[in-house]
Design a protein. Structure first.
Length: 694
């Protein structure tokens, strides 16, 4: 029986050696061993072996099963193989023992079977074995680094005992083991039974952090009722990470491969966690052959609008959110919401997204605007609706784990990672929150200042990037009246304070029309729709259902966001010309209205999103012109003067749809492009417009 056991162990060792050789990791071990010997750190020889479960199972199915279901046994097998191989090659000193070779098996993936996926309910219910599982979730809080013992050296106190030899008793941390299993005071010598004594000068420490993760990528994240700590989310999972995984982002969605651990505490309760073996950033699957996956309605709409560069995007905005406000009302806001969703979703694909298309909507009916923003956010890949009970940016609190320990909980802006964060009413924020939000809008980073007693001698600041689009609304906005006389006297132009929180947003959309009649028409349409909806009379609603359903729009936005686009030379030239010309004209003493330095980045974001919304791979000159029109309308609504003679049009009537969606709109846009070209030539001497043959 013993010989049979030895033969099976030998077979597993041979298979593991074959795997190391086939994956060229044996050569890597040799180089690492030589480098470690030169560093004079001879207590332990740490090695990381990457395991491809599919490949190792093809070599030896039994070995693959041991790796997946008996991780400690698998680690011992590879430890012995590495020790014997390196000793045979004379790469290890003669006095080095097998226990000094620390091998960590890092799994590259697990089989795509349900039995290898661990849910929150299974973890908290302790329904798991001591083996590898996969857990996918969103990071909602991160703790400060905590020291742990990677290895410790022990000796037998009896000098004549074999256990008194140097490097005979080496205790190394293995995944899934507690600190007490590595370092204790009651280890006995296997030869004489004496209690071993630790050589504390040889203890090797490492660092790890604790993160809280919520299963999946949910919308929105819900907190536990009555919990005083902002970062304690319902059904969160504790994950322990080694130092090589410290770059996890708050709000990021990750897949963790690890071993679950349960520990009994003094009050008869059980705490559970996952010790990470490997961590992967979850990436969205890029749709292939996008037009094939479009619904028939959208394909037909694209075909019908193919002759116009602007009609499809305007038509989609017209049909969007018609259950919240009637078509034609809040038209510009709806279009910008679609563009911002595409900009945010494109960021998750890491293809060509630059800058952030943040929005703030200003209007008297703030309740309706809020509903529209929340409805629009539901189409984003992730959306967080901020409320006063949640931290806006991030919060810091002490961790009871030990002195100097702390935990940073992600606020709404961090948890909306690569999605949309609906901030709510901007005016209701406290002064300190407004100042911090302005800094985030400018620098796209949240700075956490650590108190001296919590910094433990490390950096006094931590920076967290904000990678989401921020949406907000305000009840009123003081627009600037500019009459004919004020065009010749800068002193009569009333400037809006530069420190206004609204001014910090790239796109400020004033949703109240300068034409009172248009506002009344929009209000009547909204009231009529609300009343008819409350009475639930489909006949009075015209018996008409939505032409394009919400699921179709959501699918389309995913496909559009995955489209990779490049700027054409005319589009770049047009945006630069408008930007330079506007900076010169608006900052002059005659007109005196500010033009943001970040306007060019905002225009580029809008142009790129417009091209994607039309499923184009190139940002055309027409896309750039449409972006300029939207931006100029927004600036005009704020300051009351347009350098291109443009009027703000937040709403339009049903009777003049062609003026905004059809041939009349195309004629207007071509006329606008001519004016825009003339403006660029007049104020930018080196402007070189790429003329078309038309």
């Amino acid at each position: 029986m013993q010989d049979q056991f030895s033969d099976s162990q030998l077979q597993l060792q041979e298979s593991s050696l074959k795997y190391l050789d086939k994956t060229q990791q044996l050569e890597k071990l040799k180089k690492e061993c030589l480098a470690h010997s030169d560093s004079k750190e001879s207590t332990i020889y740490p090695f990381i072996i990457k395991i491809d479960c599919t490949e190792i199972t093809e070599i030896d199915a039994i070995l693959g099963n041991v790796v997946l279901h008996q991780p400690q046994e698998a680690r011992k097998i590879f430890q012995e193989v590495c020790y014997v191989s390196l000793t045979s090659l004379n790469l290890l000193p003669a006095e080095v023992t097998c226990s000094q070779v620390l091998v960590n098996l890092q799994l590259l993936d697990l089989p795509h079977l349900k039995s290898y996926q661990l849910s929150t309910a299974e973890l908290l219910g302790c329904k798991f074995d001591s083996r590898f599982y996969k857990f996918a979730g969103t990071v909602c809080s991160i703790s400060s680094p905590i020291k742990y013992s990677r290895c410790a050296k022990y000796r037998c106190p009896e000098s004549k005992c074999y256990g008194a030899a140097d490097n005979f008793y080496i205790r190394c941390h293995i995944e899934g083991a507690k600190e007490q299993q590595t370092v204790r005071r009651d280890f006995n010598c296997v030869y004489c039974g004496s209690i071993l004594k630790e050589d504390v000068t040889c203890r090797v420490l490492g660092e790890r952090v604790t993160v809280q993760m919520v299963e999946g990528d949910v919308f929105p994240l819900q907190r536990q009722d009555g919990d005083t700590h902002s970062g304690r989310y319902c059904q969160s999972v504790t994950v322990m990470l080694r130092d090589e995984f410290f770059n996890m982002q708050l709000g990021g969605c990750y897949c963790v491969i690890g071993i679950p651990v349960k520990e009994f505490t003094g009050n008869s309760s059980v705490s559970v966690m996952i010790e990470a073996n490997n961590v992967f950033k979850m990436k969205p699957r890029i749709p292939t052959e996008p037009r094939i996956h479009l619904s028939e309605t959208l394909r037909q709409l694209l075909a019908n609008r193919a002759q116009s560069p602007w009609s499809f995007s305007a038509s989609l905005a017209y049909l969007f959110a018609e259950g919240v406000t009637p078509p034609g009302t809040y038209h510009r806001l709806k279009l910008c919401i679609l563009l911002s969703i595409i900009d945010a979703t494109s960021r998750s694909y890491k293809n060509d997204s630059q800058g952030f298309l943040d929005l703030v909507a200003v209007g008297a009916d703030s309740n309706l605007i809020r509903r529209l923003l929340i409805y629009g956010a539901s189409y984003a890949r992730r959306a967080i609706i901020h409320s006063g009970s949640q931290p806006l940016l991030a919060s810091l609190h002490r961790d009871p784990s030990g002195p100097g320990c702390y935990t940073i909980d992600g606020g709404s802006t961090l948890l909306a990672h690569q999605g949309v964060c609906v901030l709510g009413e901007i005016d209701s924020l406290k002064r300190d929150a407004k100042q911090k939000l302005q800094n985030v809008l400018e620098h796209r980073v949240i700075q956490i200042d650590l108190p001296r007693q919590l910094s433990s001698g490390s950096s006094q600041q931590q920076l967290f990037p904000v990678e989401c689009n921020l949406w907000g609304y305000a009840n009123s906005y003081k627009t600037q009246e500019v009459d004919e006389e004020s065009l010749f006297s800068a002193s009569e132009v009333k400037r809006t304070p530069k420190q206004s929180i609204v001014e910090s947003f790239p796109m400020v959309l004033v949703c109240d029309s300068p034409n009172p009649t248009m506002n009344e028409h929009a209000e009547l349409n909204i009231i009529k729709q609300t009343l008819l909806g409350a009475m639930a009379d489909p006949d009075q609603l015209g018996g008409r259902k939505s032409i394009i359903g919400p699921s179709e729009i959501k699918q389309f936005l995913e496909i559009a966001s995955a489209t990779t686009v490049e700027f054409s030379a005319p589009a770049k030239q047009l945006l630069k010309g408008y930007f330079v010309g506007s900076r010169r004209v608006r900052s002059s003493g005659v007109h005196g209205t500010p033009f943001p330095p970040m306007a060019l980045q905002t225009l580029a974001c809008m142009s790129r999103a417009l091209a994607k919304l039309n499923l184009r791979n190139t940002v055309l000159e027409e896309d750039a012109a449409f972006a300029v029109l939207l931006y100029e309308e927004a600036v005009t609504a704020r300051y009351g003067y347009s350098i291109l003679n443009i009027q703000s049009k937040p709403h339009f009537r049903d009777g003049n749809i062609s003026e905004h969606l059809g041939p009349e709109n195309d004629a207007f846009m071509r006329s606008f492009m001519t004016r825009l070209s003339r403006f660029c030539r007049s104020h930018v001497p080196d402007f070189n417009m790429y003329e078309s043959e038309d």
